[in-house]
Design a protein around this ligand. Sequence first.
Ligand code: S3P
Length: 456
Amino acid sequence: MSNADQRPEDTVTFTVEPGGTLNGPVFVPGDKSMSHRAIMFGSIAEGVTEVSGFLNGEDCLRTRAAFEAMGVRTEDSSDGDVIIHGQGSSALTPAKAAIDLGNSGTGMRLLAGLLAGIGVPATLTGDSSLSVRPMRRITDPLSAMGAKIATEPGGTPPIQIAGGHALTGMDYVCPMASAQVKSAVLLAGLHAKGTTRVTEPGVTRDHTERMLNGFGVEVVSKDLVASIEGGQTLKATKVDVPADISSSAFFLVGAAMTPGSNVVLKNVGVNPTRTGVIDILRLMGASIELENPRESGGEPIADLVVKGSQLQGISVPESLVSLAIDEFPALFVAAACATGTTVVTGAEELRVKETDRIAVMADGLKILGVDITPTEDGAKIVGGTLQGGVVDSVGDHRTAMAFSMAALRAEGTITIKDCANVNTSFPDYVGIASKAGLKVSAARGVAPGATQGAAQ
Ligand code: S3P
């Protein structure tokens, strides 16, 4: 549902009492990026794909519903796997209505690339957050490949794809480090004539490349260039989705910055294009160990052991930014609780996520008494003491969870408004975080304390 359509009883407010520590084993849900891709690739593969560990969050359920609307049959097995009955990409039929991707930029951008390539007409819509996010970053290269694809005049959704236009591969030099753009172009290239090559300005997550390999498609990656030959078909396979390192990040930060904490995050995906959060926290002095390293379905996995300590502020190396792009809301909280100053630069992409995450985190942390100066591409954060207060997540799942972890080191209760979208990536966050020791509760509707904007 779009936030604009939200009724008061649909909103969720988190209340987090101050203090406590995080302890014990924590099992976070499946990786969002991989779950989207597993549905997409299983749907266009030939044969039956089984997905274990699928994230039943709203974003990935939208992607699943999108393919069901285009004629793909999926089911849930008795042991919780998602079974996808793929019949090849040519079996997709146009959806009878617009496809609503909800809050999900990944769902919309990857689907646009895939459908433009296959030639299936579609209208792609989203909620009030997705409806203001930039889409020219994908429609420009897709148009250059021959797609007939349009956005609203401002470059925002809905995206209209006119089917039936054969695409030609291209050499695309991507102006921003974005796995979504890289993936949209590669997925269009899968059904284009000739070779499609994407060159990136920085390293981004490579789940598309790895998972396509698992489905029998050759994608060649070298340094910052990924290329694919058009005309390859996908063969059904089994996909094991590990726990999402981006969801784990809230516990990594919460435990690492709170002396007395001792957490083991189980079965976490540690693809090197995603582990920037571990590197950044270690530079801040955090104790994080990887145990039981193993591999599954072409993706590295480990258990993460985190022990709490007093963190130190740092200048975050820009080379780590794209490897931790979703983790900055949590890292801003770590910086607020660290000794000294943390400087983040080169992170302008944060301004075009589900919200402008630099602005939302700066506004909320200021209410909690933090000395934070937002900049165009990051922030300067002076660590110190946090007070309680009422902050607004602005409907962004990651800012909501990040603010909740701040309570571990705050002196008063933190009330967080507009938290329903936590369900997009982390169903049962409150249950799992409470079990680990966070004093968090959720109430439907606007909690009494949540109407004031000032500190308590
Ligand atoms: C994603 C890529 C990232 C990330 C998003 C998921 C993906 O976005 O922020 O949550 O699954 O490809 P960008 O690639 O646009 O930075």
